[in-house]
Design a protein around this ligand. Structure first.
Ligand code: SF4
Length: 61
């Protein structure tokens, strides 16, 4: 399963990914942190990747 990775240099902490996938992402100190890399089956991770305004989320195999 693909594992989401957040580029914290790029992330602007908008919170969208945490809103879309609360099991996977959490905002900590205004950056998105991957708290549940294996929880992608409970939400639409592709939508989070596509929705990130700065394209900071990538999926790694
Ligand atoms: S959607 Fe992108 S910019 Fe917004 S908090 Fe998530 S990783 Fe950061």
């Amino acid at each position: 399963m693909a594992t989401p990775v957040v580029n914290t240099e790029e992330c602007i902490g908008c919170g969208l990914c945490a809103e879309l996938c609360p099991e996977v992402f959490e905002i900590q100190d205004e950056k998105s942190v991957v708290i549940g890399p294996d929880k992608c089956d409970t939400c639409d991770i592709e939508e989070a990747v596509d929705s990130c305004p700065v394209e900071a989320i990538t999926l790694e195999d």
